[in-house]
Design a protein around this ligand. Structure first.
Ligand code: G6P
Length: 610
């Protein structure tokens, strides 16, 4: 994880780096630091905690420089402390480095360096790299970095500056994102596009093995053996305004309320309900493959995206009749999944940078599988490496807990499953039209629901002090129970577990007493009666029942302590609706508890280490 940024040009590097770090803070926020070179002297400032501490540091003691690098950290090696915060230097303070990734052989390298007399100041893996570069340094920073990279194993995006060569930044990438922003008489490096957008739209997306020398007016990209690498400058379209809070108290709240539009955006131009047609321009998978050749689907993802995958299993199997399994990327990559060219591997990732999901994608490609990514971030590693991509058109998601991208992922998966069901002859045109109309209508229903969120605030206030929550759902809403529980855990630190409601009596029911809220997704549909029985079982043990039910269901009032009504939908589409109150419940509980909603402790938005 971690975010890195660098600047070289005529403006004050500190201002540019600080505002860039703000955009990168979602990648980690336990400490931050900046290094600049002024008159061949290196100045490093680092502070523990949120970025505001570093801002304060520079406000109290301003400094102006034309070259610098910065870092916002999510600790992997060594606790969050000033010593462990980046940038790191060698012992002579000549080489300065920021790093995103993990150096796997750092312990061995560190022992060797210590035997050669190097003294270390931090517990990080990164510091080793600064010392190694120093070992190889003979008045040529690029050369010293190339020599160093041959020795290190692991993943990295580096930004490196050197007191003796204050006219350049060297950067390198291996399995961690790194982008060069191309300016006029100035250039930038950063972990993601958002940090560069205020300055330029022209970007170079470095590939694994690239090492770049970036000066004010030149960018040279080579490999470790000093061969030139070809690069393309791409012009990136993106709306920087979407990265602002626009009057909402938190990004998460804004992103929850954006969902009617983000679902519309994801549907836009892809579904034609009146004609009974789906058209996903970017996906060029041959119809023949979908009709005949495909044997099974493997959906692989992490976190919230994994729960979207669980919903899709039901869709692909029930509608398209394609056997589908869903796996957590960190498990998938280390077992021996049975894969071949008839398997379609779908990876789902908001960021497109999650290390385990990326590794799963590569594994699938090596096995000759057809690959499709559902991704939110354009030009991310996963979207570039997957053969086919469907973008969830949600815009930047800043809140660490995913909301709008979850419903975006669901939307994309619904379209795919319906399209393939039709193509495979498992769904008639008439049925396809009905389902597509349902999908088209969901943003309006969510909009209506969001007009009055008072009932959720009331429940949140009443229950915010509880220590354990259970979330129950069945069938399509079982993954929604899991995702609802995850939201609460992530942002309020309350222990919450999601269960398939029918599984409750095999263990979790033992947890229930009068102190335990049980949130049950109980919308109309084929499992409604079953879930009512599960509510009765929980009530009989004294549990506090919070039901998410379809509008005008009177029966449920007598069976629950609180009811949150959602507009009626068909059961098929209900997960896109039922998750919204659960997102809001987690949000308001977190607010009542005074937690840091957008940047919960220990988490990061983009998990680029395994
Ligand atoms: C982190 C985030 C989650 C996200 C997961 C997968 O844990 O905090 O919100 O669901 O990573 O991320 P991805 O970008 O691959 O969807």
């Amino acid at each position: 994880m971690c975010g890195i940024i660098g600047y070289i040009g005529k403006a004050n590097a500190v201002d540019i780096i600080l505002s860039g770090l703000k955009k990168l803070e979602y990648r980690g926020y336990d400490s931050a630091g900046i290094a600049v070179i002024v008159d061949r002297k290196v100045h490093i400032r680092r502070s523990v905690g949120k970025l505001c501490n570093l801002y304060l540091n520079f406000r109290e003691r301003p400094i102006s420089a034309n070259i610098g690098i910065g870092h916002t950290r999510w600790a992997t090696h060594g606790k969050p402390s000033e010593e462990n915060a980046h940038p790191h230097t060698d012992y002579t303070k000549s080489i300065v480095i920021v790093h995103n990734g993990i150096i796997e052989n750092y312990a061995k390298l560190r022992d060797e360096l210590q035997n050669n007399g190097h003294e270390f100041k931090s517990e990080t893996d990164t510091e080793v790299v600064a010392h190694l570069i120093k070992e190889h340094y003979k008045n040529n920073l690029l050369y010293a970095v190339q020599k160093t990279l041959i020795k290190i194993e692991g993943s990295y995006a580096f930004g490196i500056i050197c007191k003796e060569e204050p006219d350049k930044i060297i950067c390198a990438r291996q399995d961690a994102p790194l982008i060069i922003g191309v300016g006029k008489d100035e250039n930038f490096i950063a972990s993601d596009v958002a940090a560069l957008l205020p300055h330029t739209r022209d970007m170079i997306f470095l590939e694994n093995g690239d090492i770049a020398e970036v000066t004010v007016d030149k960018i040279i990209v080579k490999d470790v053996k000093n061969n030139m690498r070809s690069v393309k400058i791409k012009s990136v379209e993106c709306d920087a305004v979407q990265s602002e809070k626009s009057g909402y108290k938190h990004f998460m709240l804004k992103e929850i309320f954006e969902q009617p539009s983000t679902i519309e955006n994801t549907l836009n131009g892809r579904i034609y309900p009146n004609e009974g047609r789906v058209f996903i321009e970017e996906v060029k998978i041959k119809e023949e493959y979908i009709k005949k050749d495909i044997s099974n689907i493997c959906v692989v993802a992490c976190g919230t995206a994994y729960y979207a995958g669980l919903v899709s299993k039901i869709l692909f199997e029930e509608f398209a009749k394609i056997p589908t399994e869903v796996d957590i990327a960190s498990e998938f990559r280390y077992r021996e999944p049975i894969l071949n060219e008839k398997t379609l591997v779908i990876v789902i990732s908001q960021s497109g940078e999650t290390a385990d999901t990326l590794a799963a994608l590569r594994l699938a490609k090596n096995k000759g599988c057809q690959t499709l990514a559902i991704c939110n971030v354009i030009e991310s590693s996963i979207s570039r490496e997957s053969v086919h991509v469907i973008y969830t058109c949600c815009g930047p998601e800043i809140g660490v807990a995913s909301t709008k991208t979850f419903t975006g992922q669901l939307t994309a998966l619904y379209i795919l499953a319906l399209d393939w069901a039709f193509k495979r002859g498992k769904l008639t045109k008439e049925s396809l039209k009905i389902y597509l109309k349902e999908l088209e209508g969901i943003p309006l229903k969510i909009r209506l629901f969001l007009e009055d969120v008072k009932p959720i605030k009331i429940v949140a206030k009443m229950l915010a002090h509880k220590k354990i929550f259970l979330y129950l759902g069945r069938y399509l809403n079982y993954p929604i129970a899991l995702e609802g529980a995850l939201k609460l855990k992530e942002i309020s630190y309350i222990h919450a577990e999601g269960y398939a409601a029918g599984e409750m009596k095999h263990g979790p029911i033992a947890l229930i007493d009068a102190s335990v809220p049980v949130v049950v997704v109980a919308v109309a549909g084929r499992v409604y009666k079953k879930i009512i029985s599960n509510i009765e079982e929980a009530r009989a043990r004294g549990g506090v029942i919070i039901a998410v039910a379809s509008d005008s269901n009177e029966e449920i009032k007598n069976k629950s302590d609180y009811v949150i009504y959602v507009p009626k939908t068909s059961e098929f589409i209900s997960p896109i609706m039922t998750i919204i109150p659960l997102q809001l419940l987690a949000y308001y509980i977190s607010v009542f508890l005074g937690c840091d909603v957008d940047q919960p402790r220990n988490l990061a938005k983009s998990v680029t280490v395994e």
